[in-house]
Ligand binder design. Sequence first.
Ligand SMILES: Nc1nc2c(c(=O)[nH]1)N[C@H]1C(S)=C(S)[C@@H](COP(=O)(O)OP(=O)(O)OC[C@H]3O[C@@H](n4cnc5c(=O)[nH]c(N)nc54)[C@H](O)[C@@H]3O)O[C@H]1N2
Ligand SMILES: Nc1nc2c(c(=O)[nH]1)N[C@H]1C(S)=C(S)[C@@H](COP(=O)(O)OP(=O)(O)OC[C@H]3O[C@@H](n4cnc5c(=O)[nH]c(N)nc54)[C@H](O)[C@@H]3O)O[C@H]1N2
Ligand code: SF4
Ligand SMILES: [Mo]
Length: 767
Amino acid sequence: MIANNPHCVTERVVNTVCAHNCGGRSRLACTVRNGVLVRVEPAPAPDDTYTGLCVRCLTLPQWVYSKERIRTPMRRIGPRGSRQFIPVSWDEALDEIVDRFSALIRTHGSSSIAFVRSTSGSPIASYTRLAALLGGGGTSNFYGGVDMAVHMGLNSTFGDKGMYGQHSNEWTDRLNSRLTIVWGHNPAETAMTAMRHLLNARDAGCEVVVIDPRYSATAVHANWWIAPRPGSDLPLALGLLHVLIREGWIDRPFLIEHSCAPFLVRVDNGKYLRGSDLSPSARSTLQVWDEVQGRAVDLNAATAPALEGRFAVGDIPVATAFTLLSELVSTYTPAHVAELTDLAAADIFDLARAFAQAKPAQIGLGYGVDRYKHSELFSRAAAAIAIVTGNVGKPGAGIGVQSHYHGSHPARLGPGPELPKWASTRPVPMIEVGRRELPVRAVFCQGDWINQRMGDMNVSLDYLKQLDFVVTVDHFFQTTTDWSDIILPACTFLEDTSPTRDALVFGNSIYLRTKVIDPVGEARTDFEIERDLANRFGLGEWFQGTSEDVVRRQIDGARDRAFSNVSYDKVVQAGGAMRLDVPTTPHVQYADLIFTTKSGRAEFYCEELAELGEALPVFVPDHEALPAHPLAERYPLVLVQTHARQRAHSTFFNTSWTLEVWPEPTLEMNPDDARERGLANGDMGEAYNGRGHVVAKVVCNPDFPPGMCNITEGWKQQQYADGNVQELTNSEINAGQTLIWGHANIPYFDTRVEIRPAAPAVRGTRP
Ligand SMILES: Nc1nc2c(c(=O)[nH]1)N[C@H]1C(S)=C(S)[C@@H](COP(=O)(O)OP(=O)(O)OC[C@H]3O[C@@H](n4cnc5c(=O)[nH]c(N)nc54)[C@H](O)[C@@H]3O)O[C@H]1N2
Ligand SMILES: Nc1nc2c(c(=O)[nH]1)N[C@H]1C(S)=C(S)[C@@H](COP(=O)(O)OP(=O)(O)OC[C@H]3O[C@@H](n4cnc5c(=O)[nH]c(N)nc54)[C@H](O)[C@@H]3O)O[C@H]1N2
Ligand code: SF4
Ligand SMILES: [Mo]
């Protein structure tokens, strides 16, 4: 190869790891020709079962150089929302941010600045350090709101594993299962690299049951598809529990030894009975009914704890937690549940029987069951199914989320960058932004906050419009950039070495991110932008070194045994990925049957929620998707927003190969529902409710039951003919979630609409 020869083609292949938040972590082999990314293929993973990528990433060359790419810093010159910007230098842009933020901090304090971030950012380059240090501590931090409700329910049942830690066994464990319920999850489109494990399991004789109101791409591959009405999974779970308990298909030893089932609960206040309730000098030990002694005793002193029964302890009426659960589900007969769910009673009975007979059986939740108002109650009921049948902590069993991170082997990294003790942020739940008084005057957005993270968008937009100053840092012009004052161009993961979110570990291996190409235009990495801003704020001492230095520290400083065979240098020498020192068998969540609940056991009973009447996973039929809701008459259709196969959220909204297949937002609905409204395939339809509207092309799709329609989330504002799906989505705040976890999940799918033909004026596509 001759340098400086214009006819010479230099070509190299660089391996890195995908950064998009699709829940996978594919290793990518990127061909770079004369400095330009031209091709992406799968690179071998250290464990070959994890080698592979999806079609989306084949389009990365189009993505990274797309015409929407922000190439220089920009300043707004027209009114907010007018999309009128001029390029400015980095110095001008950063100086303006520092001046405006400093002035606000002087006048209103550091909580007047808020930070918010995309889920695809790197954990060490998401402006969290700057947010914690700015103005002497305490900027506002908009957090949460997505993918949290099902985890909340599992957290309160099994103990806190971190808000996203409640995963099922490792993907590769599916093979050990005899029956697996894929519940509100569509891995054929949303966890493509996990789908093969499900298909392998099915081919090996595992019965795959998909519970989804629509005939999804995953249901197509199932042995059994169960289609409840949207938002009715909780009564379905209670109906399954009814059958399991009534028929005695339960694991008594597991219930007595590892769950809260035998704990005595005070009927007067819903709290567990404790020794201290009986004698002020006694300890607060949980009480059970000892069948041999015929009285309440300390849990540890019991020889034969009763599973069932109502008793009087002194003058306190009590019942075992299991008895209360049995009584709750006693009315959820298959016939009654059939009415609540639109299912056949026989299917409910048969599913319970199949689950009880298959040993082991597994429940894998997705996030389709996370986006309703009471999704945390649903996941608690689903967890109770696994608990009463003893399907916890075993290969092929378990309940957890089967989407992201697949129940990776635990591997705790060493410390990240150091911060002073006083550094902190003030958490503001995302769902509350725009809905309560906040001290915030300026928002720094990493990514497309308004389009992607907020439900009920018109409220969010009104909130954003009255702010003094909005900064967005992204790769592409998108919905939030439209409304920003300063826009900064960020490098994509292909131009960066900051590690991928989930901090490097995937399955049983460690993956480093490698820089593939030079920054496009004037883009800088988020790591550099955060550091450049920190330097200007006089906080440079906390931002010494490069992102590689941080990663080196995290790996080389790890105390966890899993890292005993690796060092930063060894991983680099191995090409950027290595297996960790973890067992070669798939990871099994809770294999040790040690739970981090207060009692150390699996608790389907949550005494903290007794005051709300939710100590057990009760069915509260007050939410928008259900037919009894007052809005049901005016807005008869439930609108969900499934995650689309051709994007990771909004990412890939602009790649031409994927747009060839699916060029614009579509409103998918049952053909009969469409016909009733005078709509046919290809017509422009307007979905509307009291919160807003959207116009999109109607696709009559019999895979959707009558009463349910869909617009996939993640299209950008400029792609809609009019409105935005996010204008329609529900943002009702759940009291139980807020009581226990301090914040609530956004119930995006708990949304009702009516649909009509769009007025001719809005049938065109926006410029
Ligand atoms: N291609 C692609 N992959 C992705 C993403 C992406 O945007 N694109 N996003 C990633 C992220 S962050 C997430 S959170 C996951 C989300 O991915 P999934 O967990 O698969 O969630 P969804 O696509 O939202 O919905 C899954 C299924 O739930 C069904 N559903 C809707 N309502 C109900 C209901 O009431 N009951 C039941 N039982 N089912 C219901 C829907 O019809 C849908 O088929 O995907 C990840 N993977
Ligand atoms: N209506 C509705 N809304 C939803 C959902 C739904 O089901 N329905 N799903 C929700 C879910 S589960 C999730 S996880 C969220 C995902 O929401 P996000 O994480 O916000 O979605 P993305 O599209 O991945 O990223 C948003 C923007 O961030 C930019 N970006 C990505 N990576 C980086 C980076 O490293 N640096 C910088 N500076 N910018 C970056 C992208 O270019 C994009 O414009 O969406 C939520 N929104
Ligand atoms: S988007 Fe997801 S499935 Fe596709 S290559 Fe990246 S990690 Fe793999
Ligand atoms: Mo998500």
